[in-house]
Design a binder for this molecule. Structure first.
Ligand code: SF4
Length: 441
């Protein structure tokens, strides 16, 4: 009988793609199948996130719940990796709380997982390897991708920005950019394999190559990727407003296959909060970038991330965020309540905002963002848009996919259309979703 694996992923897209790499490693060493549930697995890997406290608590809860299973099934291997293990002092906490963990590895040495599993199989003792400093980039060419027709491609790792609330630079190290030749080769291969949407990933894609190590800027890399022949879409995330620039927009203009949707996290509309966050741009600069983007593409859409209730945020600061949200007219936004992360500067700041005020602000902001999203969805009704079919929703009995602006569209089809571009005439909008009929040219 073949051995099975189960991966639990927390956090961002970066982690989702890293779990695809972990699956590739596990398959390479003989775990042939993905288990449907943890109880069936021979190895369970937790790919953790420590950006927000609740993701961390969630992981603790789920790891703890395996104590009984590990007793019943002693050959089961439990491995914990990701940002949490890389956090200062966290492996000691994990060791104490969960003595049944077999393997711990960090974000900076994912490639060692294969060796760590082999080692653990030969010894009783737990195996731990957490690298403290980022080393050379290790190329993975056997990620086991599970998101066809979409594929994520890392272009860089780490972050140099030290936003005062963020733990990422401490757990993912400084910026390292991949060799452009390797990135282009990976995208070419994915396109040849039939992937139809390629998302270039990095904590701050606009600073790709800014240390001079690649000889290529992000705009040049984007140009090279979008010049690859074939029908596919290109997206990129995340852009940092301090580095987003016109060169990138000019490349977007040159290549219609680059989606005219930019994820540009603003975090706050107040300059004093932005400065306390160490974001290194102002509200005015952010709005200038939006204006520049829309001067090339009036139809361009933006999505963003916003944190409310940052230490020192006044009602006036919060209202400045609301104003900015209305002015930019975001297509959607990921909204968060500030939560302190040990080891970051913001934790030490005075004037933490009381929880009830944070709650009130997030509710107001979510209502505002939802109303903008709804209005945008309604404006789609009657229009025909190009959708990349991504999946089949069994509950709804409908296929689904997204347009270039990331809007989800549902439709009926007798034929499996996953991986195909279709024209959808939108007949109904419901919240963030569109419903419609396929138009045959
Ligand atoms: S840019 Fe700021 S928020 Fe984003 S990963 Fe880097 S430090 Fe964190």
């Amino acid at each position: 009988m073949s051995e099975k694996y189960f991966i639990v992923t927390y956090g961002c897209q970066m982690n989702v793609h890293e779990s695809e790499k972990i699956a590739g490693i596990l398959r390479r060493i003989g775990y042939e199948e993905e288990a449907e549930k943890k109880e069936e697995a021979d190895i369970i890997v937790f790919n953790t996130c420590c950006i927000r406290e609740n993701a961390e608590n969630h992981a603790f809860g789920n790891i703890g719940a395996l104590k009984k299973l590990k007793k019943q099934k002693p050959h089961l291997l439990i491995a914990v990796g990701g940002c949490m293990t890389q956090e200062k002092g966290k492996t000691d906490v994990l060791k104490k709380k969960f003595p049944f963990i077999d393997i711990m590895f960090g974000t900076l040495n994912l490639e060692e997982l294969e060796e760590l599993i082999r080692k653990k199989k030969l010894q009783k003792k737990r195996v731990i390897s957490i690298r403290e400093k980022e080393g050379e980039i290790v190329e993975f060419d056997d990620a086991y991708r599970t998101s066809y027709p979409n594929a994520w491609v890392n272009i860089m790792y780490g972050c140099n920005n030290f936003c005062s609330y963020c733990i990422v630079p401490y757990v993912r190290g400084r910026e390292r950019s991949r060799d452009p030749e390797n990135i282009v080769a990976e995208v070419k291969k994915l396109v040849a394999e039939g992937y139809r949407e390629i998302t270039l990933l990095g904590q701050n894609v606009n600073s790709y190559g800014s240390d001079g190590s690649t000889g290529v800027t992000f705009a040049e890399l984007l140009d090279r990727v979008a010049s690859i022949a074939g029908k596919f879409r290109v997206r990129f995330m995340t852009s940092h407003p301090k580095d987003f620039n016109e060169d990138v927009v000019k490349v977007m203009q040159k290549h219609p296959k680059i989606c005219r949707l930019v994820h540009l996290p603003v975090q706050s509309g107040s300059n004093s909060v932005l400065s306390a966050m160490n974001r290194r741009y102002t509200r005015e600069k952010y709005l200038q970038e939006v204006e520049m983007l829309r001067s090339y593409f009036p139809e361009a859409e933006l999505t963003t991330d916003i944190i409310v209730g940052f230490p020192g945020e006044t009602e006036e600061d919060y209202l400045a965020t609301e104003e900015l949200v209305k002015e930019v007219n975001f297509a959607s936004a990921f909204t968060f309540v500030y939560s302190p992360r040990e080891g970051t500067k913001a934790t030490e700041m005075p004037n933490h905002v009381p929880e009830e005020i944070q709650k009130d602000r997030i509710m107001r902001l979510v209502a505002l963002v939802n109303s903008l999203t709804r209005q945008k969805s309604e404006a789609y009704v009657g229009k025909t848009v190009e959708i990349l079919c991504e999946d089949y929703d069994e509950k709804k009995g409908l296929y689904l996919g997204r347009d270039e602006f990331g809007r989800m569209g549902y439709f009926k089809s007798e034929k499996n259309l996953v991986g195909e571009f279709i024209s959808l005439k939108v007949t109904k909008a419901n919240g963030i979703s569109l419903f419609g009929e396929i138009v045959v040219d």
